[in-house]
Design a protein around this ligand. Structure first.
Ligand code: AP5
Ligand code: MG
Length: 192
């Protein structure tokens, strides 16, 4: 089973590119942000807890996220591959992912980091905010999400760099140009 993490700051294109990858490769998609928003829409207990963090641009606690991933991974155990989007976001989550995948006899193959300047990230999110209905797509929360990203998440790229599994991809350009850059990395992995 191929395991690819699409990594990057808020608005870097993780969701957009994940959608293209799943249709191209037939992999499954696990987005913790989408899972949490579905819980909020259903007004579950988990959703109610998550909402208080998401609305503040803060990370939902590791224990909640890891428990959720443990649960959803079961449903993907026969997948050809999985694209993780928005997870892991902390070292504790990266460690937990390693353990959970180990139990399924697999491991992370690649982390693709989408590199996008902050100005572009903010423009994209504010543009999306006009129609998305996402409670965190406003300037105040975007700034918080970005600082949380720099403080708590960005450094986990090093975790995969040390394992030789990290690739940087220029995340500016047309959606198709970026998709092609990512496919090049995955195709190279698949040809080995
Ligand atoms: P999450 O849903 O993961 O949001 P995010 O990381 O802030 O990123 P976005 O979804 O906003 O952006 P994206 O990178 O997916 O870009 P997209 O493709 O949409 O997390 C939300 C919250 O949930 C977190 O703040 C946290 O509270 C919580 N959470 C989630 N996971 C968690 C975890 N593991 N641990 C703890 N808490 C967690 O693109 C953005 C926009 O740009 C779109 O409108 C798109 O159409 C457009 N666009 C994309 N590509 C291009 C392009 N090439 N050119 C022009 N426009 C483009
Ligand atoms: Mg997203």
């Amino acid at each position: 089973m191929r395991i690819v993490i699409i990594f990057g700051a808020p608005g870097s294109g993780k969701g957009t590119q994940s959608e293209l990858l799943i249709s191209h490769y037939g992999y499954n998609h696990i987005s913790t942000g989408d899972l949490l928003r579905a819980e909020i829409a259903q007004n579950t207990e988990l959703g109610q807890i998550a909402k208080t963090y998401i609305d503040q641009g803060q990370l939902v606690p590791d224990s909640t996220i890891i428990g959720m991933i443990e649960h959803v991974l079961e449903a993907h155990k026969d997948a050809k591959g999985i694209i993780f989007d928005g997870f892991p976001r902390t070292v504790a989550q990266a460690d937990a992912l390693c353990d959970l995948l180990g139990k399924h006899g697999t491991q992370v193959d690649l982390m693709i980091e989408l590199e996008v300047p902050e100005k572009v990230l903010i423009e994209r999110i504010l543009e999306r905010g006009k129609a998305s209905g996402r409670s965190d797509d406003n300037l105040d929360t975007v700034n918080k999400r970005l600082s949380v990203y720099y403080d708590q998440t960005a450094s986990i790229a090093d975790y995969y760099k040390k394992k030789g599994k990290h690739r940087s991809v220029d995340g500016v350009g047309t959606i198709e140009q970026i998709a092609e850059r990512i496919r090049k990395e995955i195709d190279q992995l698949n040809s080995n």
